[in-house]
Design a protein around this ligand. Structure first.
Ligand SMILES: *Cc1c(COP(=O)(O)O)cnc(C)c1O
Length: 356
């Protein structure tokens, strides 16, 4: 055995299970698998391959991510959620069967500048209330009217929910109403729902839904599990064990001090691996069937945990930081973060292991 035994294990069966659970939540819709940011840190190539027989279309944020997937042999259509940055990219999109999100007036002129048979499949994004990307409502009628000749049977009207994880927030149905009215006026199919829309807001289901975080087993809000399985498990080995007395402190800045004689386990993982630096004392981990707690500050390469109540622990034992027993959502909550951020930040020095 050579090398540090710090691993992110990716369970591709759980991924396939989650795709099918979430697709069944919206039987009248097509489900696009969102695999931007290296499939939320899970490895876009492996994830795309694992979903090959289930997902007809993938989505990434920008063209570099899509080109990398083509080099890796992925052949499905790929939706570019942020669209393209130039006329050249618009032409490139057609060559590679990338679907382009048009979200400003300029994008329509880039499309128009291409020969008819050189134009990629495109979606039109309108800003229904998130105010991040999309044609504004004031401009939507003018832009849609001026470009009606470009519209094809596969053109989709798209928008993004700002608060789909908030079960009481009335913005969700307001946004959907706005998109529906526009779609009706121009006779276009729709796409609105992300994972939380699929799970919580059936009224937002449409021709295409965009499935991201739930594919990886995380629910929004975290208590709405609906049969999802965690896909990533993060494990690191114990590389040090010591006993300290009452009043002695652990780690940088002495941020935690023992109030009982304590056994400290030091693990080979830190913020340079993507374990969140702001995880606070008390953040759970899992070993020998029990929860244990982080104590003191997260270092670059190491963390420290209180294992006083587990006399059987040994150097080399593997600890789950998140996975089947400790949900990444719970760790995120303890780090004032969200599952998305923790998953996407696992760094390249953590080895990936795939379960097929
Ligand atoms: C990332 C993204 C999604 C997926 O969102 P989840 O909350 O992860 O399901 C959907 N649509 C757009 C535009 C996105 O950027």
């Amino acid at each position: 055995m050579l090398g540090r035994q710090t691993f992110a294990t990716i369970n591709l069966k759980a991924l396939q299970h989650n795709f099918s659970v979430m697709s069944q939540c919206a039987l009248g819709s097509n489900t696009i698998a969102v695999i931007k940011a290296d499939a939320y840190g899970h490895g876009a190539q492996q994830v795309a391959q694992a979903l090959a027989s289930q997902a007809k279309v993938f989505a990434v944020a920008f063209i570099d991510e899509a080109l990398a997937l083509r080099e890796q042999g992925i052949t499905q259509a790929i939706l570019l959620l942020e669209g393209v940055m130039s006329e050249d990219e618009m032409a490139c999109a057609k060559q590679h069967n990338f679907w382009v999100m048009l979200h400003s007036v300029e994008h329509f002129s880039w499309l128009r500048a291409l020969e008819k048979n050189q134009r990629p499949v495109f979606w039109i994004k309108v800003d229904s209330g998130m105010h991040r990307l999309g044609i504004s409502l004031q401009d939507a009628d003018v832009v849609l009217k001026a470009n009606q000749d470009l519209i094809q049977p596969d053109t989709v009207l798209c928008s993004h929910l700002a608060c789909a994880d908030e079960l009481q927030n009335s913005l969700n149905l307001k946004q959907m109403g706005i998109l529906r009215d526009l779609a009706k006026a121009y006779n276009l199919p729709l796409s609105m729902a992300n994972s939380a829309g699929i799970a919580n807001w059936p009224d937002t289901h449409a021709k295409w839904n965009r499935l991201g975080i739930a594919l990886y087993g995380c629910a929004q809000p975290a208590d709405a599990k609906a049969g999802l399985l965690p896909v990533m498990s993060l494990h690191a080995p114990i590389i040090g064990l010591r006993n300290i007395g009452v009043g002695e402190s652990v780690g940088y800045a002495q941020s935690w001090t023992a109030t009982r004689p304590t056994t400290i386990a030091t693990l080979a993982i830190g913020y340079a691996d993507g374990y969140p630096r702001h995880a606070k004392t008390g953040t759970p981990a899992w070993i020998h069937g029990q929860r244990i707690s982080l104590v003191g500050r997260v270092s670059m390469d190491m963390i420290t945990l209180d294992v006083t109540d587990l006399p059987q622990v040994q150097i080399g034992d593997s600890v789950e930081l998140w996975g089947e027993n400790i949900l990444v959502e719970e760790v995120a909550l303890n780090a004032s973060s969200i599952s998305y951020e923790l998953l996407t930040r696992i760094s390249p020095r953590v080895k990936r292991r795939y379960i097929k």
